[in-house]
Write a protein that binds this ligand. Structure first.
Ligand code: ADP
Length: 642
């Protein structure tokens, strides 16, 4: 059959263009990516051969061979892994199987990528990185258990299309042949290949080999030398997670991270430990320094690589970590699990549960440590992953407090940009203070001068600021910290003045009629009207029910098109505000005065504005204010005349 031409999916060509034109540094990583693919392909057939011996047809001498051909200017990476058939090739090398690809590429094409081309590395460029060094790439592959005549050839020059044709191939596996461009001819040199393999693929478990010329002394003819070709293994093949910590260099840790995560950037933190006792395993885990771009997509694959006694079983084992640690990358190598462990078995396996518990504890301890020892680094971590950690408070009852200890908040007690923890909050609580207070809103600017904070400021009680939609839900789940109740200052009754009961009663009496009037005029808009314990300078505010939704969450759900039942709030009025006294005086003179109706409505409308919502009738609101301004100005003028 002759070659069949296929167009690349649009995003593939875009990605290729970006790679060819924006990535200038570290082009040598193409070799790491190809060796890594070969190693994965070998892992796959080895894993299958555990249950189906015949699949290998006796060829189990796993090997990845690098073949420089100086005459033809090609570099080939060849393996005896699982191989690909026609369908596999079209799927694997013609498309990109990540959701969010389009958005990501659009972001990359933005101006920032020009300043930071390594951003593209977040994507895991893999096979396509070949085109950074090659004008043309040919892939020859024969899938395991397929006849020699059923092999396939894939070829492309990254010009929008590729061809696929049937060929004969002697042996199982895949050859990736790079027709190197002029700038990349150095990758044909023995020492260059050696150094790139050593640097990036030293820990690959399978041998990476190359034919090298050796000068030898003849044993027959004394003294005479001759050259011989020998296949040499280039990598040390040591599983670095099995080594002792002092035996692994910083660089080795970093390179290994880049290998398993496909991330160009260095990790933020390395967690290397061995567990012994009820569960025996070695683990090398990493906290990345930035959020994987697809972390919030449905098909994001969380979880470390799972090995059993050095044999790779699964490239992402999500049963080994809780969902709120899904950003953690790394390797877990268990000595207890059976080699032919299946996905179903993993889900209900006690050993897996033990490993998961142990990893979770270790990661949380490491983060807590980081917070103590390197605050700046911790802040970096928190800005990337704080949101995900919060999810844990909702889902992991057992570790709620440990997770709460990791949270950071701005607050009334810290300057902009500085943060506080629950622990610090508790330590600095006033003697007579019983609860932990927080306010939700969209930003510091919005909450910092909110009327809801008035009484707390007066009493010197700290209030934590929370800006994420999920915060209110998380705080409700958490409910308390070290026995101190968590309370939103914008919801429920606040009564901090334990003394002054007589005064409160007097105020209640004085404004009873006014409260009745407001209740009547606003009966369609508010649930109740009451005197406020939280206001000091402002006249009024709206307050939600203790367990109710906060305005942020309400807004978000509405924006998502959800039908939120209208819940009425309570209008709180400030007994020490002169407005109440003036309105009561008018009421006593003429209980039916129109101005009382207008003011009642205005109090409601401005309370909406204060909680961060829109007035229910913006034009009424604006008209009323204008009217007041005019009458204020008139009074001012008349006042002057007098
Ligand atoms: P990734 O390795 O992240 O999936 P790549 O672009 O590197 O992305 O590879 C895409 C796919 O092509 C792989 O998932 C695999 O299915 C297939 N592939 C690449 N190289 C080989 C190989 N040497 N042998 C078998 N399959 C391969």
């Amino acid at each position: 059959m002759s070659a069949e031409k296929h167009e690349f999916r649009a995003e593939v060509q875009q990605l290729l263009d970006l790679m060819i034109h924006s990535l200038y540094s570290h082009k040598e990583i193409f070799l790491r990516e190809l060796i890594s693919n070969s190693s994965d392909a070998i892992d796959k057939i080895r894993y299958e051969s555990l249950t189906n011996k015949d699949i290998t047809e006796g060829d189990t001498e796993w090997k990845i061979k690098v073949i420089p051909d100086r005459d033809n200017g090609t570099l080939t990476v060849s393996d005896n892994g699982i191989g690909m058939d026609r369908k596999d090739v079209i799927e694997a090398l013609g498309t990109i199987a990540h959701s969010g690809t389009q958005e990501f590429i659009a972001a990359l094409q933005g101006s920032e990528v020009k300043d930071d081309p390594e951003l593209i590395g977040q994507f895991g460029v893999g096979f396509y990185s070949s085109f950074m060094v090659a004008d043309r790439v040919t892939v020859l592959s024969r899938k395991a258990s397929e006849q020699a005549s059923k092999a396939v050839k894939w070829e492309s020059a990254a010009d929008g299309s590729y061809t696929v044709e049937d060929i004969d191939k002697e042996s199982r596996g895949t050859d990736v042949i790079l027709h190197l461009n002029d700038d990349a001819k150095k990758y044909l040199e023995e020492w260059e290949i050696r150094s790139v393999v050593k640097r990036y693929s030293d820990y690959i478990e399978h041998p990476v080999v190359m034919d090298v010329e050796r000068t030898k002394k003849s044993e027959i003819k004394d003294g005479e030398t001759y050259t011989d070709i020998e296949e040499e293994v280039l990598n040390s093949r040591k599983a670095i997670w099995l080594k002792e910590k002092p035996d692994v260099s910083e660089d080795e840790y970093i390179e290994f991270y880049k290998h398993i995560s496909h991330d160009f950037m260095d990790p933020l933190e390395v967690i290397h430990f061995k567990a012994e006792g009820t569960s025996e395993f070695s683990s090398l885990l990493y906290v990345p320094s930035h959020r994987p771009f697809d972390m919030f997509y449905k098909d994001y694959k969380p979880g470390p690589v799972l090995y059993v006694k050095r044999v790779q079983i699964m490239d992402h084992c999500e049963d080994l970590i809780p969902p709120y640690l899904r950003f953690i990358k790394g390797v877990v190598d268990s000595s207890d699990l059976p080699l032919n462990v299946s996905r179903e078995l993993l889900q209900s396996n006690r050993q897996v549960e033990l490993i998961k518990n142990s990893i979770t504890k270790k990661v949380l301890d490491t983060l807590a440590d980081l917070m103590q020892k390197d605050n700046e680094k911790y802040h970096k971590f928190y800005s990337e992953f704080g949101r995900v950690i919060k999810e844990g408070i909702h889902y992991d009852l057992k570790r709620r407090e440990a997770l709460a200890d990791l949270l950071l908040f701005e607050s009334t007690a810290a300057d902009a940009g500085k943060t506080r923890t629950f622990k610090e909050y508790i330590e600095d609580m006033k003697d007579d203070q019983e609860e932990i207070y927080y306010i939700t809103g969209v930003s510091r600017e919005e909450v910092v001068s909110s009327p809801y904070l008035e009484v707390f400021k007066e009493k010197g009680y700290e209030v934590l600021f929370m800006y994420e939609e999920i915060d209110d839900i998380i705080m409700s789940s958490l409910s308390d910290y070290k026995g101190k109740k968590l309370k939103s200052v914008i919801k429920g009754d606040i009564d901090l003045d334990k003394k002054g009961e007589a005064e409160k009663e007097a105020a209640q009496k004085r404004y009873e009629k006014l409260i009745e009037l407001l209740k009547d005029r606003l009966k369609d808009r508010v649930k109740d009207v009451r005197l406020s314990g939280r206001l000091r300078d402002s006249a009024c505010c709206l307050v939600g029910e203790e367990g109710g939704m906060d305005p942020q969450m309400e807004k978000m759900l509405k924006a998502m098109g959800q039908d939120i039942p209208e819940t009425k709030k309570v209008l709180e009025i400030n007994p020490s505000h002169p407005l109440l006294e003036s309105m009561t005086e008018i009421f006593e003179k003429d209980a039916k005065a129109q101005v009382l109706n207008d003011y009642a409505r205005l109090m409601y409308e401005q309370s909406l504005v204060l909680e961060g919502s829109k007035p229910s009738d913006p034009s009424f609101f604006a008209n009323m204010i204008t009217k007041l301004m005019v009458s204020g100005l008139k009074e001012g003028k008349e006042g002057k005349k007098d």
